[in-house]
Design a protein around this ligand. Structure first.
Ligand code: GDP
Ligand code: MG
Length: 598
């Protein structure tokens, strides 16, 4: 393909507006996959993504399309995630495109992530093609949605495509508009190589596979290349494209999207966002970087069995390659032993990483409750970040504690505005603005502490609006607030893994509720054990875990033998997630108990 027949594009949408389904239709229509080959929603490859019906990792495929002008075009489709946690991945895929399909559900209209993604696309100067999807639905209101797009985003919707990813309506029109409206990639094949690494994964046979968008020059098999951030050099031993499976083509030209392998064993050698150039004729400077991932939430990950520490480290290292947003460093806990403190984009990201570690690497983990990063100023004038609440210096050494705030954009039908405002108030939110998107729908802007969002905010928002609210947020900076450290003592010992930082007004309530919950979660032990909550040295709540009764097991005898065996098996199963701390056995749930307290 000559460069003027190449189009690189992505699809941006709010979650559930039909991005994956539309991608499938585009693949089908262009014959990229035969119907039999076509497993539903090929772009969502990871099991987890399928189960949850969300797109996390961006994927790239290559479509070949014969347009009405009689010419054959090469269309590179780069999939983007739709969840608020992953907007940074969206930014990565946008950097590899010249255009974007903006998919909006005709029955829903613009939602919080639609807006967030459009702003990102505009930042990257992309040509935006509005697609009003799901027009087959009886509740579809394409005219209203078109008006919303014009008024709220300011995009011309004169050529907006009415589509149904379900029936295939509008698919040809979309392909034609991609060809007509999205500019071909710029860049010169004769110039020195510069290619942007936008993703990577680890292959046990080929080593690290880097996903690249070639901006200038060519990359081919046998060539010596250099990674510009580290100056590491290597020989390329495979180059190819996604069709959608990796297909060896031997070469990638300026404007093309594909992958290369270079027997890279060390996962740390390839960094997403880095620029690849040739050793012989290097580019003068690296390509401009794009938005870096910011870890919003941290938690501790510990192997249930101490011997699995090294396995956990290897697994994190491999996962990190697939997931540049994951950060981690070793941490030691008096209660839990050797583990890692890990940083995530948000709670969903955290859950996904935990699940992948357990499923793909067969690890059993204890996870501590998530927390945000605090910024602390001490009386000696030091300013530093606290990623683990346990490490907060004593109150009398502190000048101030600052916590991260977000700017939340919430879109909701007008009848639910009252409920949403009440919720935001409860979460220490500060009202900033309210705007009518249409006579029926309202956009609310609040500034809220991130720590309040990461607990149950999103679930509450959904339940108080019957699922109609959508949320997007951006970091808005740090603010000083009245925070204290709440410690939990079990058997008189502080459990470092259970310490948390909370707002003073909520500390007493949280402490009492947590202690009560822990009493229920921690099984009876050989001796009576006190569970206490304290602020500074002051105990604010106490409960006792009673000693085990001697006849617990005896009860099982005399009954039917299989029932007893089942019981013991079940016990063993549960034990796996128990952590022996001193002489107390603590179940996984105890470490997350704080999440179930309002
Ligand atoms: P994504 O989260 O944006 O990737 O959305 P999906 O492609 O997973 O679609 C979400 C849901 O909407 C799925 O149940 C789809 O079957 C459904 N869906 C997608 N497009 C259409 C459409 O054009 N019409 C109808 N009726 N349903 C659709
Ligand atoms: Mg999807």
């Amino acid at each position: 393909y000559s460069r003027d027949r190449i189009r690189n594009f992505c699809i941006i949408a709010h979650i559930d507006h039909g991005k994956s389904t539309l991608a499938d239709r585009l693949l089908e229509y262009t014959g990229t996959l035969t119907e039999r080959e076509m497993d539903e929603q090929v772009l969502d490859q990871m099991d987890l993504e399928r189960e949850r019906g969300i797109t996390i990792k961006l994927q790239a495929v290559r479509l070949s399309y014969k347009a009405k002008d009689g010419q054959q075009y090469l269309l590179n489709l780069i999939d983007t995630p739709g969840h608020v946690d992953f907007s940074y991945e969206v930014s990565r895929s946008l950097a590899a495109c010249e255009g974007a399909l903006l998919v909006v559900d005709a029955a829903q209209g613009i939602e919080a992530q639609t807006l967030a993604n459009v702003y990102l696309a505009l930042e990257h100067d992309l040509e935006i093609i509005p697609v009003i999807n799901k027009v087959d639905l009886p509740s579809a209101e394409p005219e209203r949605v078109k008006k919303e797009i014009e008024e709220v985003i300011g995009l011309d919707t004169g050529d907006a495509v009415y589509a149904s990813a379900k029936t295939g309506l509008g698919v040809e029109e979309i392909l034609e508009q991609i060809v007509e409206k999205i500019p071909p990639p710029k860049g010169e094949t004769d110039a020195p190589l510069s290619a942007l690494i936008f993703d990577s994964h680890y292959d046990p046979y080929k080593g690290v596979i880097a996903y690249v968008r070639v901006v200038n020059g060519i990359i081919k098999k046998g060539m010596n290349i250099r990674l510009m951030s580290t100056c590491k050099e290597m020989e390329v031993n495979e180059v190819g494209m996604f069709q959608p499976a990796m297909t060896d083509t031997g070469v990638l030209n300026a404007g093309e999207v594909g992958y290369f392998a270079a027997s890279i064993k060390n996962v740390k050698d390839i960094q997403v966002g880095d620029t690849v150039t040739g050793t012989e004729r290097p580019a003068a400077q690296p390509l401009p970087g794009y938005r870096k991932a910011v870890s919003m939430v941290f938690c501790g990950l510990y192997p249930v069995e101490t011997v699995n520490y090294e396995d956990l480290r290897d697994a994190l290292e491999k996962l990190k390659l697939n997931d540049a947003a994951l950060v981690y460093e070793p941490e030691t806990s008096a209660a839990l032993g050797f583990g890692f403190r890990c940083g995530f984009l948000g709670l969903l990201h955290m859950e996904i990483v935990q699940e992948r570690l357990e499923r793909e690497y067969n690890l059993l983990l204890i996870t501590t409750a998530p927390n945000v990063v605090y910024q602390v100023t001490t009386t000696s004038g030091d300013v530093f970040r606290v990623e683990n609440p346990h490490n907060l210096p004593p109150q009398d050494l502190l000048v101030k504690i600052e916590e991260p705030f977000i700017k939340a954009t919430i879109m909701v039908p007008k009848d639910f505005v009252g409920g949403v405002m009440e919720l935001c108030q409860e979460k220490r939110g500060e009202f900033k603005n309210m705007e009518y998107l249409s006579p029926e729908r309202v956009m609310l802007i609040y500034e809220m502490p991130l720590s309040e969002i990461i607990f149950d905010y999103y679930d509450q928002l959904k339940s108080r609006t019957k699922g109609y609210a959508s949320l997007d947020y951006d970091l808005a900076g740090y603010k000083e607030t009245d925070l204290v450290k709440l410690d939990i003592l079990i058997g008189g010992e502080v459990m470092d893994a259970l310490s948390m930082i909370v707002h003073k007004d909520k500390a007493y309530y949280r402490g009492r509720a947590l202690v009560e919950r822990l009493r229920k979660l921690i099984p009876r032990q050989m001796f009576e054990i006190p569970v206490q909550a304290s602020i500074g040295n002051k105990v604010i709540a106490r409960e006792n875990i009673k000693a085990m009764r001697k006849d617990v097991l005896a009860k099982c005898y005399g009954g039917d033998i299989t029932r007893k065996r089942k019981l013991l098996e079940k016990q063993k199963e549960g034990k796996k997630r128990m952590k022996q701390v001193g002489n107390v056995e603590i179940p996984q749930e105890a470490f997350m108990a704080v999440l179930s307290i309002n």
